[in-house]
Design a protein around this ligand. Structure first.
Ligand code: ASP
Length: 311
């Protein structure tokens, strides 16, 4: 049995201590801790990395604090359209969904696409039809409603812009984000998952990097598992998650060096604000971002454990 590790994120952005109350901070730290535990429990019982990342992301999707599942931001027309993906580093199998409405746990649907369909990526009505056939849980619109996110939409509409969830300056309610998890299990298998409501006030079926294999999510036992968060468009252009894997595979870089180049150099050059979490097949974790903060944490079987918010 080798070292196992789980790392998670709850989004990156303009997250600073001065805008945080002690109560809010405590709520975030607890939520991150719960999400780590959900995945860690599985790894501890010699479970698969794939099941661990699904469990951690599901936990985060069920928490209103984060922009995924229940806490998803509003689109321009006042709906919630969610994106998610999951990838298994053992054989590169992957599942993804985009622009799905009323799905309780989009990561579960992405997992089911991977396991129960012949496809990798389903969108919109088709993905929802598949979800019904597979008995995936749906929720009514009011499950996804929250007053503070509705205010974020009004603000973004008034400013006529699309905004990262955590970049909307709405007093102390402004910092919430896309979620993700990466894991290395005791057998050295890697997996990654990412889930999001996207960007506040998004229009015309806009989809970001989160459900795109290679951009927001990637896992390959040969190299790493990566989950990204940030401004999706630059992350898509940079094929961000896969680029880390390429730097490791073709140039022999370590996980941390590869992530550092991608986040602090390549993405910065194209205004790619945000960050990512990664693990390699030895159970090393790295959590790197170029924004003010990123909700993040990891736990390893060697006893190391960290939960952090700011730089
Ligand atoms: N990357 C996500 C998107 O562009 C947003 C985020 O990470 O918060 O949809």
């Amino acid at each position: 049995m080798s070292k196992f590790t789980i790392a998670i994120h709850g989004g990156a952005g303009t997250i600073s201590k001065k805008n945080m109350t002690p109560e809010k901070e405590a709520a975030y730290l607890k939520a991150l801790n719960d999400a780590i535990n959900a995945g860690y429990k599985i790894l501890e019982k010699n479970g698969d990395a794939l099941e661990a990342v699904k469990a951690s992301v599901t936990e985060l999707e069920n928490n209103i604090l984060f922009n995924a599942g229940k806490g998803s931001v509003f689109t321009n027309t006042g709906t919630h359209e969610m994106d998610a993906s999951i990838m298994d580093g053992r054989d590169l199998s992957a599942g993804a969904v985009a622009a799905v409405k009323n799905i309780r746990n989009p990561v579960e649907l992405a997992y089911t696409v991977m396991k129960k369909s012949e496809h990798v990526f389903l969108i919109g009505n088709g993905a929802e039809e598949f979800a019904r056939q597979q008995g995936i849980a749906f929720e009514r619109d009011d499950y996804f409603y929250s007053e503070f996110r509705y205010k974020q939409l009004q603000k973004a509409r008034n400013a006529n812009e699309t905004a990262l969830d955590h970049d909307i300056n709405l007093s102390d309610d402004k910092k919430f984000g896309t979620v993700g998890a990466v894991a290395c299990d005791a057998n050295g298998n890697l997996a990654a998952a990412t889930s999001t409501g996207g960007m506040t006030n998004k229009q015309w079926g806009r989809v970001g990097d989160s459900p795109i294999i290679g951009a927001g999510t990637y896992a390959n036992n040969k190299t790493c598992a990566i989950s990204c968060t940030g401004h999706g468009e630059p992350f898509i252009k940079a094929v961000t998650a896969y680029d880390v894997s390429c730097l490791m595979e073709y140039k022999g870089l370590s996980l941390e060096d590869a992530m550092d180049i991608v986040v602090n150099s390549k993405l910065m050059k194209i205004d790619g604000d945000g960050g990512m979490i990664g693990v390699d097949a030895k159970g090393n974790a790295a959590l790197i971002f170029n924004s003010e903060g990123m909700y993040r944490g990891f736990a390893s079987s060697d006893g190391s454990r960290e939960i952090l918010i700011y730089k």
